[in-house]
Design a protein around this ligand. Structure first.
Ligand SMILES: Cc1cc2nc3c(=O)[nH]c(=O)nc-3n(C[C@H](O)[C@H](O)[C@H](O)COP(=O)(O)OP(=O)(O)OC[C@H]3O[C@@H](n4cnc5c(N)ncnc54)[C@H](O)[C@@H]3O)c2cc1C
Length: 413
């Protein structure tokens, strides 16, 4: 029998998932992972603060796809093959239980990313996946029906090639993939926090607000969610979401832009103005510093009063019109000048990569070259924080494995 071969470039989440599932679905195929680093699954190891946020408890395909600023339409098709509940089941069948936290993020019950690594390594051993580490691929070529993979430590030939090499920060790093006819969406960072140097609000570092609305000035982009004030600026889910959906726009602005924060997202400037007299009358005899009717953190409320030159001991009934106006504006439409970004250490990803219209979402196969497959962050898909980036890697890896298996079995028959 003519044994078919698959080489997977990249020993990360997408690469392992493709390799294991291919070897499992077609035990006659010889599967090899080629990884440039000494370590395997290094991102899985550090992911989710060492706990690995494996996936997200969202089981509706349309809802799930919304968490991906790039790749929504592509993933709506791909998730039909393998989505969150399949991931949970896949790991569960191997004895790895996942638990959902209140916000939907799913982690192994051990709270350790090592559980996921051990599971993937054990499974690759079981299905005899060969693993070559410290082996960087520098070039790939198609020679007749075979792929030739040139690495710093020798050349390999294979029938099927899966590229799961992760995200690259610069376009030049994609040159070896451009040479085989693929085009690249320029890579830029996603999932970062905003720097607001010298803004007095950073004195409130550590204060978090459960729900704010943030708008990017000069754009339709806006997000709602928790916000965290840090010693360099603004972080938290609402900021990270804006950094993801606005990744390209913000890169074009060279990370210098303005945002408007509504600290009371259930209302707006106009309706707060019309409600103001009721709020004022209801609290008339109270000291303004001690009576914050909006449920905002005390330190934040005090900062607003200082900013509006309102004395904490003055009574609500004594509030001067000018100060009152300023307070309403700040509460509902405070402007911040952002200058620079900071990497979010818990999770960061690259926006950009292999163009999606060059890949079939039902097989993950290249539409340009036969027997070439892609998966994970190397393609132009990225999600917000919460386990969505790994879910994409599992989905792509599994679909590619299924397609490679079907191709290899069809030929063998
Ligand atoms: C700190 C951090 C925490 C994160 N936490 C989470 C989380 O909890 N949940 C979540 O969903 N997402 C998380 N992410 C994002 C997630 O880790 C990635 O989206 C995911 O790892 C992508 O998987 P991948 O297999 O495509 O790429 P990678 O995991 O990056 O794997 C690619 C592999 O290919 C190798 N490689 C690259 N080029 C070559 C070459 N030329 N030759 C050979 N090998 C090569 C690399 O060394 C690497 O090992 C986190 C990211 C970071 C940085």
């Amino acid at each position: 029998m003519n044994t078919k071969t698959l080489i997977v470039i990249g020993g990360g989440a997408a690469g392992f998932f493709c390799a294991i599932n291919s070897a499992r679905m077609n035990p006659d195929m010889k599967v090899t992972i080629v990884e440039k680093q000494k370590q395997l699954l290094s991102k899985v190891k550090v992911s989710g603060g060492g706990r690995c946020n494996v996936t997200h408890a969202c089981f509706d395909i349309d809802e799930l796809a919304k968490f991906y600023p790039r790749g929504q339409h592509f993933l709506k098709k791909a998730f039909h093959w393998f989505k969150t509940n399949d991931t949970i089941q896949w790991f569960e069948e191997l004895g790895v239980q996942l638990k959902a936290e209140q916000d939907g993020r799913m982690f192994p019950t051990t709270n350790s990313s090592q559980t996921i690594i051990d599971c993937l390594l054990k499974e690759s051993l079981k299905y005899k996946v060969d693993i070559i580490t410290s082996c960087e691929v520098i070039d790939i070529q198609k020679q007749e029906e075979k792929w030739v993979i040139n690495t710093l430590s020798g050349n390999f030939k294979t029938d099927y090639l899966m590229i799961a090499a992760g995200g690259f920060g610069s376009s030049a790093k994609f040159d070896w993939l451009k040479q085989i006819g693929h085009t690249i969406e320029e890579p830029v960072p996603s999932l970062f926090t905003f720097n607001i140097p010298k803004n007095p609000i950073i004195q409130l570092m550590g204060v978090s607000i459960p729900k704010v609305q943030i708008k990017l000035v000069g754009s339709k982009l806006q997000t709602v969610g928790p916000l965290l004030i840090t010693h360099w600026g603004l972080s938290g889910p609402a900021i990270l979401k804006l950094s993801a959906y606005g990744a390209r726009e913000l890169a074009n602005k060279k990370y210098s832009f303005s945002i408007i924060i509504n600290w009371l997202p259930e209302t707006n400037e106009q309706s707060l103005r019309s409600d103001w007299m009721n709020i004022r009358n209801a609290n008339a005899s109270q000291k303004i510093g001690g009576k914050n009717p909006f449920g905002l953190p005390t330190r934040l409320w005090q900062y607003f009063l200082i900013t509006c030159k309102i004395k904490e001991e003055s009574r609500w009934a004594e509030l001067a019109a000018a100060n009152q106006n300023k307070l309403i504006t700040i509460l509902t439409a405070q402007i911040f000048e952002v200058n620079g970004k900071t990497t979010f250490k818990e999770e960061f990803v690259t926006c950009g990569g292999i163009k999606l219209n060059e890949i079939d979402p039902n097989t993950m196969q290249s539409k340009k070259v036969d027997n070439l497959f892609f998966g994970g962050e190397v393609i132009d898909i990225d999600g917000v924080t919460g386990g969505f980036n790994f879910q994409n890697a599992w989905t792509n890896g599994w679909i590619a494995a299924k397609a490679i298996t079907e191709k290899s079995k069809a030929i063998q028959m």
